[in-house]
Design a protein around this ligand. Structure first.
Ligand code: HEM
Ligand code: HEM
Length: 185
């Protein structure tokens, strides 16, 4: 046992930055996916549509960057103990959801990148264009966008489970789970 009752501060900051970015990228992605380029242009105009696409891609690349840092801060530093310890089932479910979120949030931007590149679209990061790495391939791009959508729904389900779990520990069990990730106490 050790005295630590929080994740290290940089890891907590990364958690909340990623949480905000994931919610924004799910919302912007679902909006773009539901409307499609043409309908978005006729609804909100060219400039705003392009801004939405650029922001969505930029956010996705930021998530990839933050997740890389986060994997480092998770592996390199001590993880606080649970006080009281979690039941076996709680530990199993929460660890599975956490691992799946880590995996999904690394794979998702890579699929988005590959789908965009194979579709012949620019891989934007703010006003820069990142290298495409793969050539144009329409059929592959379509498949990758399909997986991008499926994984998007999977992430949404994982986030709901995760937030329900967090709220349960915070408001009902009132243990130290929320404190471990809190920026304020
Ligand atoms: C929306 C996107 C979110 C994602 C992708 C996410 C992801 C994660 C992951 C992967 C962990 C595992 C610990 C680690 O970082 O290694 C974690 C921990 C945690 N998250 Fe989230 N989270 C999100 C939102 C939230 C929200 C909205 C809350 C609060 C209502 C929350 C509360 C917590 C708490 C309390 C922990 C600590 C759990 C523990 O130590 O066992 N998270 N989160
Ligand atoms: C974790 C990061 C990301 C999340 C959570 C996310 C989520 C989503 C979701 C849910 C959709 C809607 C899919 C649909 O309904 O068809 C979407 C669409 C899209 N995403 Fe992402 N995305 C991420 C990263 C990226 C990245 C890095 C890129 C490109 C560099 C990208 C490019 C796109 C494009 C172009 C669309 C529109 C697809 C269409 O019009 O059907 N995404 N995204």
């Amino acid at each position: 046992m050790h005295e630590l009752d929080h994740y290290i501060y940089p890891h907590r900051i990364l958690h909340w930055l990623v949480a905000g970015a994931v919610l924004l990228s799910l919302a912007s992605g679902l909006m773009l996916g539901a409307l499609g380029y043409e309908r978005a242009v006729s609804l909100v105009g060219n400039t705003l549509t392009n801004l939405l696409y650029t922001s969505h891609k930029t956010l996705g690349m930021i998530i990839l960057l933050l997740m890389t840092l986060r994997i480092i801060t998770r592996l390199a530093f001590v993880v606080p103990d649970h006080d009281p310890p979690l039941h076996v089932l709680e530990r199993l479910v929460s660890t599975s959801v956490h691992h799946l979120l880590y995996l999904a949030l690394v794979i998702m931007p890579i699929i988005g990148w590959a789908a965009t590149a194979t579709g012949g679209f620019p891989v934007e990061f703010f006003h820069w264009h990142l290298p495409r790495f793969i050539g144009e391939h329409d059929a592959l791009s379509e498949q990758l966008f399909m997986w991008h959508e499926r994984l998007g729904w999977a992430i949404a389900v994982l986030v709901v489970l995760h937030v329900v779990g967090a709220l349960f520990h915070w408001r009902i069990k009132r243990d130290n789970v929320m404190k471990r990730m809190s920026l304020f106490d």
